[in-house]
Design a protein around this ligand. Structure first.
Ligand SMILES: *Cc1c(COP(=O)(O)O)cnc(C)c1O
Length: 812
């Protein structure tokens, strides 16, 4: 945007505030200041938003639409200011008015429209698409209630509704005139029209109005503003009389009322299926409406439009696009099928069987009769075509419909031209194991796109201290080209710089310590090691292994009070799905151990445990810059990629990790001297499974430290966990420890001992931290997104590309 002076900003701001509230600006609350500032900032991007969209249309630029059931953007004020290049002016202007931007920023609600990594990835991608100058937009759901607000009561997780829209949303624009109708239920018959053509006739359908709310996605210093379109369900105008009962009206509202709180877990419920079809259909309809304004031949659709589906939640775009092309635009099946496959691409996010979407035929057929017909026909033709080529056995292992269920991953693979995993190991597991049958049929569809994160939010905004250090030492080019961070490497022996890096970290730790003191009343020492595990609570992520380490350390200190180890603060942030009993038991355990340890004076503060309530993007922004150790300790082969590993690395935390997900690639970049690796490898785990040779009870019986720690779960050492302790003990000993915690325990403890030792050598530690920052550039989502654009979507940046060093890499 054009330059704005501090003077001018102040004038405009005061005017805007007083126009909105009719009293002096210095009487306003931070919420009111946020609204006023947001309203003003809108004026600064509205022209660019319009001209960006107009230009794509005028030039008929190919555009990608990223369909995701979740977006987890975090607060948008500062990010918008940063990308508009007015952050310093606004900050200074507010200061001169006696206001603090950070406080004003707290007036914004954090839109938790996602569960965790998958939703956050979608938001990093939105930022990177706009910032690298790509024509791309998001498509999702405008949930009235985001992910539940987490509270701990007596150490147990309690879920409260998250009414994030209570005070409105300054960034969104409701576009009633762009609404579309989405049809559910009823019956479909094939009928013939006057000319004797077959067409599907719908009867007794429930028609729901999908109203889009558009949210700007502002590119970094490039004038581009793309669109995130979130759909809301309403009763169609003039059809209120068709929804007579309260129940019928509620059913409509419910569609976009609340986000399902399950992460890496499949919920086979009708409302979820409604949500999935609702935003898939609305998104495809609005894309088709746009394409028709271009007045091009249908065969050119894949040259103008790419549709990407983030996991299988939007996989119904495949039959929905087929439906529109065949039923409404009257293309032949073969024409429609070619177009559909060429347009759609798919990202797989998990190999966990419990997360794979499968819908009962009955449910799908009842809710979406025509869509089910089309899926059945896709399946029939797939079988007919593949049997002669691959035989019955292989072909029947790849069908979409099996055992009364519709397998969404199979639909997504068959109906698209590209399927990617999200880290090298994950993609290799898909190719060689999980989806091997499909790989034999379609080797060219498979590719890897390792996830990424945006340094704009995760370094520039959340770690201003590190940002100005980097600017001073290597200049500012890293901000538009993060691989430039490697220039830091030349300074690895500059002890003055290393001290400065340590000072920045210490400031960030003090900032977090203040939050912990104010919010939780726990006193933590900023000089202690801040050991951080922040992610959804899931058995495969093994927060429990972290707890076992804490209990072992606690026992050692009790036994030997003069032990010479640095202080540690164990920091947890994690929500559990409300129905995930075991995960909630682990939350209770962590809180119980925290109560025990934090209040035991024998420990002399050598251990503190901080389990923050309601972990989300805003807390991540506070914790990550303060982290010394990044816990990435999933059982090898289970974490598809991970992205908190990348955010923490970029902020100078050292990674404590198994060889899993993208952490393997972090290891490849930083080198083995600058990371703590422990535990089984994927192949080791595979062998144990093949030979069925794992026996956790033997380990328990034969390993004195493990026995001591596990016994604490059941012998009353930890007050308040009678049932939880017993259940968790049983999962580890009686039910053979599904995630191999006991097997990895010793090497985990060893790795932590090494970290204790290294931390006491401040220079060594700081050097390792510096090398982590220096090697974090390749994990920028800007590069990830340029690979998607180049290799999958076939679209090119619309502005002069600031990222000069991007080289397409052929992986897998
Ligand atoms: C990055 C992020 C995640 C993903 O963390 P993983 O450790 O990769 O699972 C989850 N939640 C939030 C709020 C995040 O910012």
């Amino acid at each position: 945007m054009e330059n704005i002076s501090i003077q001018q900003f102040k004038k405009e701001y005061v005017k805007k505030f007083e126009q909105l509230y009719a009293y002096r600006y210095d009487e306003g609350s931070s919420r009111e200041h946020f609204v006023a500032l947001g309203e003003l900032v809108r004026n600064y991007y509205m022209n660019n938003w319009k001209s960006t969209i107009d230009e794509y249309k005028e030039k008929e630029t190919k555009q990608v639409f990223y369909f995701s059931m979740e977006f987890l953007p975090g607060r948008m004020l500062k990010s918008n200011l940063l990308n508009l290049d007015i952050l310093p002016v606004v900050e200074e202007g507010l200061r001169e008015l006696g206001l603090d931007l950070d406080e004003v920023s707290m007036g914004e609600a954090d839109p938790a429209l996602g569960n965790g990594g998958l939703g956050r990835l979608a938001s990093c991608f939105m930022d990177s698409i706009a910032s690298t100058g790509l024509a791309g937009h998001g498509n999702g759901i405008r949930y009235q209630y985001g992910l539940f607000k987490q509270k701990f009561i007596d150490g147990y997780q309690v879920e409260l509704p998250e009414n994030w829209l209570r005070n409105g949303n300054v960034w969104e624009v409701r576009k009633e005139n762009k609404a579309v109708i989405v049809r559910f239920g009823g019956q479909v018959y094939m009928d013939t029209d006057e000319e004797g053509n077959l067409y599907p006739r719908y009867e007794n359908t429930k028609n729901i109005l999908a109203v889009p709310y558009d949210v700007p996605q502002i590119g970094y210093h490039n004038g581009i503003v793309n669109n995130l379109r979130l759909w809301s369900a309403e009763i169609p105008y003039g059809e209120e009389y068709l929804f007579r009962t309260e129940e019928e009206r509620d059913e409509v509202k419910q569609i976009t009322e609340v986000l399902y709180p399950d992460d890496s877990n499949y919920e086979g419920r009708l409302l979820r299926l409604r949500q999935e079809y609702f935003f898939s259909s609305a998104g495809v309809q609005s894309i088709i409406r746009y394409f028709k304004t271009l007045d091009e031949d249908w065969s050119l659709l894949p040259d103008k439009i790419a549709i990407h589906i983030n996991d299988t939640h939007p996989a119904l775009v495949v039959p929905e696009l087929m439906r529109i092309l065949i039923d409404e635009e009257e293309l032949t099946w073969d024409q429609a099928w070619e177009i559909t496959k060429k347009t759609i691409s798919y990202t797989n996010h998990t190999i966990l069987q419990e997360a794979m979407e499968r819908w009962p035929i009955d449910m799908l057929e009842h809710l979406l009769p025509r869509i089910y017909h089309i899926i059945a026909e896709i399946n029939r033709r797939h079988i007919e075509k593949k049997i002669p080529l691959y035989g019955e056995e292989l072909t029947y292992r790849t069908t979409i419909i099996e055992d009364g269920q519709v397998k969404m991953a199979n639909l997504a693979i068959i109906g698209s031209h590209s399927i990617n995993g999200v880290a090298k190991l994950h993609t290799n597991i898909l190719i060689n194991e999980t989806l091997h049958d499909f790989y034999l049929m379609y080797p060219n569809k498979f590719n890897n796109k390792t996830n990424g994160i945006t340094q704009r939010r995760w370094v520039q905004l959340s770690n201003p201290g590190l940002t100005s250090l980097l600017d001073d030492v290597i200049g500012t080019d890293w901000k538009s080209n993060p691989e430039e961070l490697i220039l830091l490497k030349a300074h690895v022996d500059n002890s003055e710089l290393l001290n400065r890096l340590e000072a920045v970290k210490l400031e960030n730790k003090k900032r977090f310590a203040k939050y912990v003191k104010d919010e939780m009343g726990i006193e933590i020492d900023p000089n202690a090691i801040f050991d951080v595990q922040i992610k959804r609570l899931h058995a495969y992520k093994r927060q429990l292994l972290n707890v076992l380490h804490i209990l072992d350390r606690y026992s050692q200190i009790k036994e030997n009070p003069d032990i010479d180890i640095p202080k540690r603060v164990f920091i947890f942030g994690a929500k559990a799905a409300p129905s995930y009993h075991y995960a909630k038991q682990i939350i209770k355990l962590i809180n119980a151990v925290a109560d025990l340890v934090n209040n035991d004076t024998d420990i002399k503060d050598l251990i503190k445990i901080v389990f923050v309530e309601n972990y989300g993007v805003s807390l991540a922004e506070l914790i990550i810059p303060a982290a010394d150790i990044s816990e990435q300790i999933s059982l090898a082969g289970k974490e598809a990629s991970g992205t908190s590993n990348m955010k923490l690395m970029a902020n100078g935390a050292l990674t404590m990790a198994t060889m899993d997900g993208a952490t393997i690639e972090i290891y490849d970049y930083v080198g083995k001297e600058n990371i703590y690796i422990f535990g089984l490898k994927n192949n080791d785990v595979k062998k144990y499974h093949q030979n069925q040779s794992y026996n956790s009870r033997n380990i328990y019986e034969g390993n004195a430290s493990i026995k001591r720690v596990l016994n604490m779960l059941v012998d009353g050492s930890i007050p308040g966990i009678y049932h939880e302790g017993q259940d968790i003990f049983n999962s580890l000993v009686k039910f053979n420890d599904e995630y191999f915690l006991l097997k990895d325990f010793d090497s985990y403890i060893q790795a932590h001992k090494q970290a204790d030792k290294d931390y006491q050598d401040r220079e060594k530690w700081n050097r390792m931290a510096l090398l982590n920052v220096a090697n974090s550039g390749p994990f920028s989502s800007d590069y990830t997104i340029l690979r998607y654009a180049d290799e999958i979507w076939k679209i090119e940046p619309q502005v002069e590309n600031l990222i000069s060093s991007y080289t397409p890499v052929k992986e897998v």
